[in-house]
Design a protein around this ligand. Structure first.
Ligand SMILES: *[C@@H]1O[C@H](CO)[C@@H](O)[C@H](O)[C@H]1NC(C)=O
Ligand SMILES: *[C@@H]1O[C@H](CO)[C@@H](O)[C@H](O)[C@H]1NC(C)=O
Ligand SMILES: *[C@@H]1O[C@H](CO)[C@@H](O)[C@H](O)[C@H]1NC(C)=O
Ligand SMILES: *[C@@H]1O[C@H](CO)[C@@H](O)[C@H](O)[C@H]1NC(C)=O
Ligand SMILES: *[C@@H]1O[C@H](CO)[C@@H](O)[C@H](O)[C@H]1NC(C)=O
Ligand SMILES: *[C@@H]1O[C@H](CO)[C@@H](O)[C@H](O)[C@H]1NC(C)=O
Ligand SMILES: *[C@@H]1O[C@H](CO)[C@@H](O)[C@H](O)[C@H]1NC(C)=O
Length: 275
């Protein structure tokens, strides 16, 4: 048994060394959909997409960083949703969208449907109606950004993290149609900062469902054992780190003190009472 623990220790040390040497420099992620059709050069679809890009770049309404647009007529209609991270100001948002448009043009040049996830904004477009529709696929995750070598107590960290994410998910989903964003921090063996955000065209139920998926099986598969991680889905995103990655002036970071689940508390009170 001692031997296998030593082995696990060596294995995890080797893993960490390996991770540190492969720093993720570019945190842009994309999904170019190849099943919903491609367009050709000089097609009506291309013209509509370019019109949409230029409208998005020149849109004068900030609207809390949410853009819901539609250009052209079916079957060449392009529908788009763009969303900046909830704590970002207009100038940063605009330049992020501009960069994301450029990145998608490079990476998905002829796909009718695509998603680009940048650190501070997300852009999606499709021939389908996407406004108000909950979509959790395709998805991706990202870890290894931030301080990965910090030691952590798994149980403490995981319980505090899931407590924090649950709180933020309820808060974000309950917010109005302008912005469904919530940011907070909690402390276990270390401080954890987190944010969750849904595209604000979603209903409260859809936003909750989206975040539940992100913080459930998707977080397990991408983030287990990580002190910094992101889960990116079309309709919602979450991110946590033990570094302050949010803009602390605009994010309204709520301190969420970790407290054990209420049923444990009730149980101990009852025992005391019987005693
Ligand atoms: C679209 O183009 C990609 C290559 O860029 C190709 O793999 C895919 O099969 C095409 N999809 C359709 C529906 O033609
Ligand atoms: C698209 O239009 C440009 C400019 O009119 C032309 O140079 C190019 O050959 C056209 N491409 C295709 C595939 O038709
Ligand atoms: C938008 O992106 C293009 C290409 O990356 C760049 O040349 C241009 O300066 C950007 N404009 C703004 C306002 O950021
Ligand atoms: C990463 O963690 C180490 C050890 O806890 C600490 O010395 C270092 O300052 C941290 N770096 C950052 C960027 O937080
Ligand atoms: C988004 O745009 C579509 C098409 O223009 C419209 O039907 C829908 O009501 C808009 N949704 C929001 C939340 O603005
Ligand atoms: C933070 O709170 C202020 C005041 O209530 C509000 O105007 C602002 O929109 C909030 N910011 C975010 C990102 O929720
Ligand atoms: C989240 O935590 C804050 C701070 O403790 C609290 O005021 C708020 O009611 C909590 N929200 C939920 C939905 O638990």
């Amino acid at each position: 048994m001692g031997f296998s623990i030593l082995f696990l220790f060596l294995l995890s040390s080797a893993f960490h060394i390996n991770l540190s040497s492969s720093e993720v420099a570019d945190d842009f992620r994309k999904s170019c959909d190849t099943s919903n059709g491609n367009f050709t050069a000089n097609s009506t679809y291309e013209a509509n997409l370019n019109r949409l890009f230029s409208q998005l770049s020149s849109d004068q309404d900030f609207n809390h960083g949410f853009y819901n647009m539609s250009v052209g007529q079916s079957p060449d209609q392009v529908n788009a949703i763009a969303l900046c991270r909830g704590d970002q100001q207009e100038d940063v948002c605009r330049s992020c969208l501009n960069d994301t448009i450029y990145a998608l043009q490079q990476h998905c040049p002829y796909n009718k449907e695509a998603i680009g996830w940048s650190e501070l904004c997300t852009l999606r477009y499709s021939t389908r109606k996407i406004s108000g529709v909950l979509e959790t696929d395709p998805f991706t995750g990202m870890w290894g950004i931030g301080n990965r070598s910090a030691p952590r107590d798994d149980n403490d960290f995981d319980r505090a993290l899931s407590f924090l994410l649950k709180n933020l998910s309820v808060e974000a989903a309950a917010r109005g149609p302008l912005s469904k964003f919530a940011a907070g921090l909690t402390a276990s063996s270390q401080i954890i900062y987190a944010m969750v955000q849904c595209t604000p065209d979603l209903s409260q139920q859809s936003c909750s469902a989206c975040l539940a998926k992100a913080s459930g099986d998707r977080m397990k598969s991408y983030c287990y054992g990580r002190t910094a991680c992101r889960v990116l889905q079309p309709s919602c995103f979450l991110r946590y780190e033990n570094n302050l990655f949010l803009d602390d002036y605009t994010a309204n970071i709520t301190m969420v003190p970790f407290s054990p689940p209420a049923n444990l508390f009730r149980c101990s009170v009852t025992l005391q009472y019987i005693d």
